[in-house]
Every structure is written in C-alpha cells, then in structure tokens.
Design a protein around this ligand. Structure first.
Ligand SMILES: CC(=O)N[C@H]1[C@@H](OP(=O)(O)OP(=O)(O)OC[C@H]2O[C@@H](n3ccc(=O)[nH]c3=O)[C@H](O)[C@@H]2O)O[C@H](CO)[C@@H](O)[C@@H]1O
Ligand SMILES: C=C(OP(=O)(O)O)C(=O)O
Length: 455
C-alpha cells in the first residue's frame, strides 16, 4: 500500500472505495432498506480470538469494512491463514502461528485499535508479542494503562519502545484478581483473551458488559473456555489447557443501525434496517422516540422513520452499557439541530468527542461545546472529570459547506448533515467512514441520496 496516502485514503483503499471525497446535494429524505451485518466491535475481536484455538474458526456475517482488513493483515503476518469460503464468511486457520517482524506488524496495524488485543493470544502461542502504536478514532487520549496493568497482573513483562510495546511471558500467564478503574470495553476483552488459557482462575471486577463483550464470551465458550458472568460487573474465568476453533455468527452492528436510524429521522425519511434487533438498541430506541422518531420492530429488522410533526429536544448522558452508547450521539446530534428547543449531550466516556460539531456549526447549526462539562444535579451517570457537554439549540436549518471528516462517527454525522442541508456539500476524508460502515456509498445510493463520489 502507498505509504504517502492518508489514514483515511488507506482505510478506503482497503475496501475498494474509489474516492476520498463525496459531493452531496442535500434536502432529499432517505428512503428504502439497508442491511447491517456483524458488528465491527465484535468481529475484529472474534478474529483475534481465533489465534487461541488449535483448529480453524469460522466467522459469519463479517462486514466488508477496513478494520476487518487491518485485522486480517495482522493475523496473516502472524501465520494465520485467512480465507473466505462464502461471501461474508471468514475461515481462520491458526495452525502455523509464528512471530512477525515489528516492521511487518507496524505496516499492517493501520488505523485500528485492535492490535493491543493480540497481546494475550500471542503471549500464549509464542511467549512474546510486539504491539505497534495504536490507531482508532482520535477522540481523546485513549491510554492503554488498564490493558498493561492487567497483562502485568497475569505475569507479562512489558517493555515500552519508541514505536510500540514488546511483551514477554517467560513463565506463562497465570490467573489474577483484577479490578478495572472503569468498565473499559477493550481492557475487559484483553482480560478475557488472556485469562482463558492462563493457569488458574481470574476474577475480573468492574468489567464492561456491552453486548459485543457477551458475544465474545459466547465465542470463547464455543472454543472450550469456562467463563461465568456474575452480577455487578464481575466475571470469573477458569483457565483451560487448550481451546479449539469456533463457528459463530457475529452479533449485528448496533452502532451502524443507530446511525441509519438517525439518518432517517434527520432527513425526514424512512429506513428499514435489516438485521437490527430491539434488545441491543433499547436505550437508543427510548431516546429516538423521545426526540420524535418512530420505529416498528419486525422479526428481521427495524423500520425507523420520521412520523411528521416537530422534533423535541432531549438531554443525553453517554455511558457504558446499558446506558446510551457514546458511538450513537454524533449521528443523533444532527437530528437534534432540527428539534425545537435546547438539547444537551453529556459525553462522559471520552474527553474529546465533539470535534464533529465544528462542521455542523459551519453548516448553520448552533452547538456550543463546554469543555469541562456542565453541572446537572438530576443526572443519572456520575460525573467524570474528563467529560464535555454539547448544548444544541434548534431548530436551525443547515446549509451546504465543505467539511473534512475527523473520525468514524463524526464522519457519518457529516454525511447526514449534508443530506439534510440546503445546497451542495463537499465532504473529504470519507475513507475513515469505511472503518466501520460497510458499503456506505452503495447504501446511500439504495436510499436515494443525491451525491457523487469525486476522484
Ligand atoms: C473497537 C471497539 O470496540 N471500540 C469501542 C470500544 O473502544 P475502547 O475499547 O477503546 O473503549 P474503552 O471502553 O476501553 O474506553 C472507555 C474509556 O476508558 C478509558 N481507558 C480505556 C482503556 C485504558 O487502558 N485506559 C483508559 O483510561 C478511555 O480513554 C475511555 O475514556 O468501546 C468504546 C466505548 O463503548 C466504543 O466507543 C468504541 O467504539
Ligand atoms: C470509537 C470507535 O471505534 P474505535 O474504538 O475502533 O476507534 C467507534 O466505533 O466509534
């Protein structure tokens, strides 16, 4: 891959995106059907889990997104044979797992945060691991201290190097008692992927319990792991001697589903999201309804639509599951610019996740970001020192503008904003969107959007 390309161009190139820029003529409601497949936030981790087995794994409903390609490349440099028996399926054969050179690993690390999850499996298989500096969305510092503390507790020796970290486990990994300072998704996955083959029992307190974590636990249980999820965010893992491959259909991408739902509402449209399920979206659906959106739950998907009438302002606090997911707020904020009154979004998970609002303001929105958050005595989520709040005053009609995608969800919100705006918008750096939205250009076409992808 050409090293002069930007991260967004590289991400787009991995899935065959023809252009890093699209021009949208807004003002047309999105109507039609789209399909969501496996969740980026599960599929990539299940791919890493295949490293732990001694027979091949078969993963189904794998979306064609660039983060999947990044993890595929990383597995391949470590000797895993990755093939596609049928569209949307990956067969992952770990029978020849081997060490890779740092430069090779670094070249494949891409814009994803998944490389950090290779630590436990590689330590089990090879006794050492090189992990390059991480990509992923730039939405805060995104430290990896919980990951490294957990790995040290298992007995790993961590050596920080200029471009990444090197880990060794000369005496293998041993079960540990770990309490996370915050229910981090990634750190919980790190513990799961390390503990399943560690000697002895691991007790993890303050674990994340997102649906994608439950799905990963199901994958690991299919492989032969013994994991029990207890009340109050406690997980026990009894280490076993070996694991086999799994066959698994990935949980649907609830973040993509919520994004299309927000697109339907903001554009005053009607989108049937095939593959969306109610249970994992319950918190989103409540807020969607409070804002004025309508939905019908069906067996094979959910229809999201604007039923007419004015949209209403809401107060949202993003949170860990079962709270309002931080990845849902950006697309929904576009609909909030159309609500009659003042909405507030408290972002409590990341310290810098309102970068996308600048572009919305350029398009005519009235969004004020309070960098130190806002006091609110009636709130549900305990206040975190890092949080910010966005105050969205509506309704403000949006007009076309030239904007640059800052991150994955922010990028999708830019697409929606441009689709609702009066006139023409040029959106650059759209390759980032292909990190997590499968075939989004084709889906926009299916929904009748008026746009062209420029070279
Ligand atoms: C690939 C993937 O699954 N990404 C998701 C995952 O990210 P990711 O797993 O990176 O998110 P975490 O849950 O770990 O992060 C939550 C918070 O914990 C902090 N933290 C995390 C680890 C650590 O070692 N130290 C630390 O301070 C982070 O900076 C952040 O403030 O969960 C997030 C929260 O649901 C989602 O927004 C991302 O879409
Ligand atoms: C923050 C996100 O992803 P990642 O953790 O992969 O950067 C996201 O999916 O919105």
């Amino acid at each position: 891959m050409n090293s002069l390309l930007t991260d967004a161009q590289k991400a787009g190139e991995r899935v065959g995106l023809k252009s890093d820029k699209i021009v949208i003529n807004g003002g047309k409601p999105l109507r039609g059907r789209v399909q969501v497949r496996g969740a980026k936030n599960l599929v990539t981790k299940a791919m890493v889990a295949s490293l732990l087995g001694d027979t091949p794994s078969l993963l189904k409903d794998v979306p064609d997104i660039s983060d999947v390609q990044v993890v595929k490349g990383l597995l391949e440099v470590h000797g895993v044979r990755v093939t596609q028996p049928n569209p949307g399926e990956l067969l992952l054969d770990p029978s020849n797992v081997q060490s890779a050179h740092f430069a090779e690993i670094d070249a494949h690390a891409g814009s994803s945060r998944i490389p950090i999850l290779f630590c436990g499996p590689l330590l089990h298989q090879l006794g050492e691991a090189f992990i390059p500096d991480l990509g992923g969305c730039r939405i805060g510092d995104r430290p990896i201290d919980f990951h490294l503390d957990a790995l040290r507790a298992f007995g790993a020796i961590v050596d920080k190097q200029p471009n990444g970290i090197h880990l060794k486990a000369p005496n293998g990994l041993h079960g540990a008692n770990i309490e996370l300072p915050y229910p981090s998704v990634g750190a919980t996955e790190q513990v799961l992927l390390s503990a399943v083959l560690a000697e002895g029992v691991t007790e993890l307190k303050n674990a994340a319990i997102e649906p994608e974590i439950t799905d990963l636990i199901m994958v690991l249980q299919k492989m032969g792991a013994i994991i029990s999820v207890e009340p109050n965010r406690v997980i026990f893992i009894e280490g076993v001697d070996s694991l086999r491959g799994y066959e698994h259909r990935a949980i649907f991408d609830r973040n993509e589903a919520a994004s299309w739902a927000s697109a339907a509402l903001a554009t005053e449209g009607d989108i049937y999201v095939e593959g969306a399920k109610q249970e994992e979206l319950m918190t989103f659906l409540n807020i969607f309804r409070k804002v004025g959106g309508a939905f019908d739950v069906h067996e094979d998907g959910i229809r999201f639509y604007h039923p007419g009438g004015p949209l209403k302002p809401v107060v949202i606090e993003t949170d860990v599951h079962p709270g309002f997911m931080t990845d849902w707020q950006q697309p929904l904020v576009v609909a909030l610019t159309k609500a009659e009154g003042v909405s507030v979004v408290h972002e409590t998970v990341y310290e810098n996740r309102f970068g996308f609002t600048e572009a919305l303001n350029k398009m005519g929105a009235d969004i004020v970001v309070h960098k130190d958050g806002l006091a609110n005595v009636t709130r549900r989520v305990p206040r975190r020192p890092l949080e910010q709040a966005a105050v969205v005053t509506g309704p403000t009609p949006l007009h076309g503008a030239d904007v640059h995608v800052p991150d994955l969800r922010g990028g999708f919100s830019h697409l929606i904003a441009a689709l609702t705006a009066e006139g023409r918008s040029t959106i650059s750096n759209v390759g980032i969107i292909s990190r997590g939205y499968e075939h989004f250009i084709e889906k926009l076409e299916q929904l009748g959007a008026d746009f062209s992808a420029e070279g």
